[in-house]
Ligand binder design. Structure first.
Ligand SMILES: [Zn+2]
Length: 465
């Protein structure tokens, strides 16, 4: 904990051009944000409307600040930049002397990384250096502030590289890239891994905006970005609707985030090598079967020991079992029952409800942020109010993720025949996602040890759909 309970915030308007570029409201907003980050409680905000920066004319709020600091009423000072505090070296020395004498060790500026609360001897030197550096720093500060303003207005800010899916104006959608994004999202939600999708992009000769090959981190960044769902973000947080058109539905982005969160939680990042991994049970002990590669053949086996807990007495050869169950999945996809079940599932609108709930939660968070920005609530109240909402968001994302299982089957029922033709060309993670959406698990009964073929009567499928 910082222990700061009575911080002073100082802001100043002046007639110079820098002052015009930097309204007092924005100075205060930034100072409050810094206080919130540091966990400091603001006791008072001191604002001077000083139209003659160099005159040395008395600034009432600044004088009050010095008096309060000297009286021990303030234990920290936050200011936007050292040039807001004062511009005259003699005043800086006076400030440093007052702060030092009062034992106030915490002086922070929003702009620049100066922490004046450490090393008394360096104090004045640092401030002087900051003043000297001010002119060159001012330009980049103005730029950053401009970006923040444009972000707040939902206008895209320029950068050297255009975003994938949009033209260089950052507004106009590129239809062919938008189509790629929609396919990527659908396939990701269908269970395909990022790595497998990168391979697909390379196969399709789709390169990144800089002409490079797609890598998982880049692709993850694209899929999780608010931009493609028509949401503007500021420092990684969605702050509202944007002026550009969405390429995907915001609800689908929620699903993508849920799926990413789930993947991190389950820690399964490596590509699977067995299409039935996790879907088979031992008929002898009920334990899970694990993929196992022997010299010549792939197998699923029951493994004993503390890690696996199986009986270790059952083995089944992988290829004929996979062929059999995949065929059974395709037959189910062709059957009328499955189409009916899926139709029912989709119309029960559970996913839509969850998405609406998520949107509502996000709105509440936005409102709270605005209230905090207007100082209607304190940083502590803001944090406290956010907590239950963020818990609810997490819970909704988790349940949404569970529902997305059936997304793997979008467009598939009634198309088992077509799927059969494509099957070999699908990636393993896509195959596994389709099988896993239809098959809950299969129990494998004991068979002849070391058999190379499969007795179909050993297999009992338990269908999810
Ligand atoms: Zn077993």
């Amino acid at each position: 904990m910082s222990g700061v309970r009575a911080a002073a915030v100082y802001a100043r308007i002046s007639s110079d051009t820098e002052g015009k570029a930097l309204g007092v409201t924005r100075q205060l907003e930034d100072c409050r944000r810094l206080a919130a980050q540091l966990g400091w409680t603001i006791a008072q905000e001191y604002v001077d409307n000083d139209l003659s920066a160099y005159s040395g004319k008395r600034r009432p709020a600044y004088q009050q600040l010095l008096t309060d600091v000297a009286d021990g009423l303030r234990d920290a000072v936050i200011c936007y930049h050292v040039d807001r505090l004062t511009r005259r070296p003699v005043e800086l020395e006076q400030f440093v002397t007052t702060v030092d004498a009062a034992g106030v060790r915490q002086v922070r500026f929003v702009s620049g990384d100066m922490d004046l609360g450490t090393g008394d001897g360096l104090l004045i030197g640092r401030i002087m250096a900051a003043v000297a550096a001010n002119e060159s720093a001012a330009k980049s500060r103005r730029m950053r502030r401009k970006w923040e303003q444009t972000a707040a207005q939902g206008v895209p800010h320029g950068g050297s590289v255009r975003p994938f899916g949009y033209e260089a104006d950052r507004i106009t959608v590129r239809p062919e890239e938008a189509e790629v994004i929609r396919q990527l999202v659908a396939r990701y939600l269908a269970g395909e891994s990022l790595r497998s999708l990168c391979t697909w992009l390379t196969d399709q000769s789709v390169s990144t905006v800089t002409g490079g090959e797609w890598r998982s981190p880049t692709l993850r960044g694209l899929l999780r970005s608010g931009r493609i769902a028509g949401l503007r973000e500021y420092r990684g947080e969605v702050v509202g609707p944007a002026q550009w058109a969405p390429i995907i539905d915001p609800a689908d982005r929620d699903r993508v985030l849920a799926r990413m969160a789930e993947r991190v939680a389950s820690g399964r990042r490596t590509p699977r090598r067995y299409v039935l991994s996790g879907l088979l049970r031992c008929g002898k002990c009920g334990g899970k079967l694990y993929a196992s590669r022997r010299e010549t053949s792939r197998r699923y086996v029951c493994l004993p020991g503390p890690d696996h807990g199986g009986c270790g007495r059952l083995t089944v050869v992988a290829e004929p079992l996979e062929a059999m169950l995949v065929e059974a999945v395709m037959q189910r996809l062709d059957g009328p029952e499955l189409a009916d079940t899926l139709a029912g599932r989709r119309s029960d609108s559970a996913a839509a409800e969850l998405s609406d709930g998520l949107a509502g939660d996000q709105e509440q968070l936005d409102e709270l942020a605005v209230m905090f920005g207007k100082q209607e609530i304190s940083a502590r109240e803001w944090r406290a109010a956010r907590e239950p909402i963020e818990r609810r968001i997490h819970d909704r994302q988790r349940r949404l993720s569970a529902l997305t299982q059936t997304d793997a089957l979008t467009g598939l029922p009634g198309n088992g025949g077509q799927l059969r033709d494509q099957w070999e060309s699908l990636s393993l993670s896509r195959q596994a996602a389709i099988v896993g959406a239809v098959l809950d698990h299969a129990v494998i009964e004991a068979g002849q040890l070391g058999a190379r073929s499969l007795d179909p009567s050993r297999v009992r499928a338990v269908w999810r759909l």
